[in-house]
Write a protein that binds this ligand. Structure first.
Ligand SMILES: [Zn+2]
Length: 175
């Protein structure tokens, strides 16, 4: 199977995207902290590529819960999302799976900040910290994929925007 060809088909054919998401999940495997990887054609915002949806039990700070990963149409739009299959895998395995692992291992680092940000309208810095950790993980794993340069720059810019002071020095991986 050529995942890049499958990705190109999913970009063209909306109806093929759930199948591609299943293939991508097969490619990276399903760790114990991920329940399902789902294609959702109806995002709440058009610029969201993917998101990690925690099990409600995680909000009670129960450890060991599995999250769902939701993949949205923007993941197939190269203007704002992945340019190739490896970009897609980087988002899925190195960013969303990273969130899912943190939620599984230590839900309070993730859930409480989200809760505070949404309900109490405070502590956005903590949610920011959670995104910074996920972007840093993604960036440090670029070398394990053949990510497009455009995508690497885009992720690096998003990371730097969150906190330029601590942004990692990049050595782009170009194959
Ligand atoms: Zn994230």
């Amino acid at each position: 199977m050529n995942l890049q060809k499958e990705f190109e088909r999913a970009v063209e054919e909306k109806g093929y995207r759930p199948r591609f998401v299943a293939l991508a999940k097969k490619e990276v495997g399903t760790p114990k902290y991920v329940s399902r990887v789902i294609y959702d054609p109806h995002p709440h915002r058009n610029d969201v590529l993917m998101q990690t949806a925690p099990n409600p039990a995680a909000a009670l700070l129960i450890k060991g819960t599995r999250s769902n990963i939701e993949v949205f149409p923007a993941s197939f739009n190269s203007d704002i999302g992945p340019n190739n299959a490896d970009d897609f895998l980087s988002l899925l395995a190195d960013h969303e799976y990273f969130h899912a692992r943190e939620i599984y291992e230590d839900p309070k680092t993730v859930i409480r900040p989200i809760w505070n940000t949404i309900r109490l309208r405070e502590a956005p810095g903590l949610k920011k910290a959670m995104e910074i950790r996920a972007y840093d993980n993604q960036i440090s794993n670029f070398r394990n994929h053949s990510c497009s340069l455009k995508f690497q720059l885009c992720i690096a810019a998003k990371r730097a925007e969150l906190d330029p002071e601590t942004a990692p020095i990049l050595t782009f991986s170009i194959k």
